[in-house]
Design a binder for this molecule. Structure first.
Ligand code: 13P
Length: 251
């Protein structure tokens, strides 16, 4: 049985002061009736402040980062290494988000390096994949996503891979208010799981969690979570509203 995993991707929102008051409010109202694993992924500038509050209140919310570089240290101005995140108490890191692919030129090859670097540093990557509207309309969504899976997971060893989460985020559903139907989302998650089974083993494919992301709202989460191969959600906009995020956790 895979434990449901709900993560909030705050994207480039909130100063660290706003993040502090947000996480305090979230903790105050927090409930988790499904015993989900829950993570928040604030911008790098808020990681330390959020971690301090979560730890001092001893609440079971995990910390994730939104990005990292794949080198450990060196002359890479502006970048943050996996080891730096680990030292802050970060557990998860989002890699290959479509916004990073689209605006910052992140390729499957770079995502692959980041997944490996995350594992080397003891971080758990949430690896995003997903097709554009053009690809979906051409009927090649599954093929496209599977090639992302293959390239991004190239050369990763079996011991590490169990800590991977895949987030299927169709680009056309992100921030648009258009959620994929539960069936369409599940169809892609199912083929992703099968592909992971082919690359690694059936056992591993049954352990790895696959999240859906894209315009998730309290009203759409239950149907998605009822599907056979959707194990959680990567929530953008709705994770910035305390009440909505809690409603999603308690789908
Ligand atoms: P929205 O929920 O705002 O569509 O964002 C989804 C997303 O990109 C999460 O990573």
């Amino acid at each position: 049985m895979r434990r449901p995993f709900i993560a909030g991707n705050w994207k480039m929102n909130m100063t660290h002061l706003q993040a502090i008051s947000f996480i305090q409010d979230l903790e105050y109202k927090y409930s988790n009736k499904n015993n989900c694993e829950v993570a928040v992924c604030p911008p790098a500038t808020s990681l330390k402040s959020v971690k301090t509050i979560i730890d001092s209140d001893n609440i079971d919310i995990k910390l994730g980062a939104q990005n990292m570089y794949y080198e450990s240290s060196g002359a890479f101005t502006g970048e943050i290494s996996p080891e730096m995140l680990k030292a802050l108490g970060v557990e998860y890191v989002i890699v290959g988000h479509s916004e990073r692919r689209q605006y910052f030129g992140e390729t499957n090859n770079i995502v692959n390096k980041k997944v490996k670097a995350a594992f080397n540093a003891g971080l758990k990557p949430i690896m995003c994949v997903g097709e554009s509207l053009k690809v979906r309309e051409s009927g090649k969504a599954e093929e496209f996503v599977l090639s992302q899976i293959e390239e991004c997971l190239n050369g990763i060893n079996e011991e590490s891979i169990i800590d991977l989460t895949v987030a299927y985020e169709p680009i056309w559903a992100i921030g648009t208010g258009k959620t994929a139907t539960s069936k369409d989302a599940n169809d892609v998650c199912l083929v992703v799981r099968r592909k992971i089974g082919e690359i690694f083993s059936k056992k591993i494919s049954e352990i790895i969690r696959i999240q859906y992301g894209g315009s998730i709202k309290p009203s759409s989460i239950s149907d998605l979570m009822n599907m056979s191969d959707i194990d959680g959600a990567l929530v953008g906009g709705a994770s910035l509203e305390v009440d909505d995020f809690i409603a999603i956790i308690n789908y």
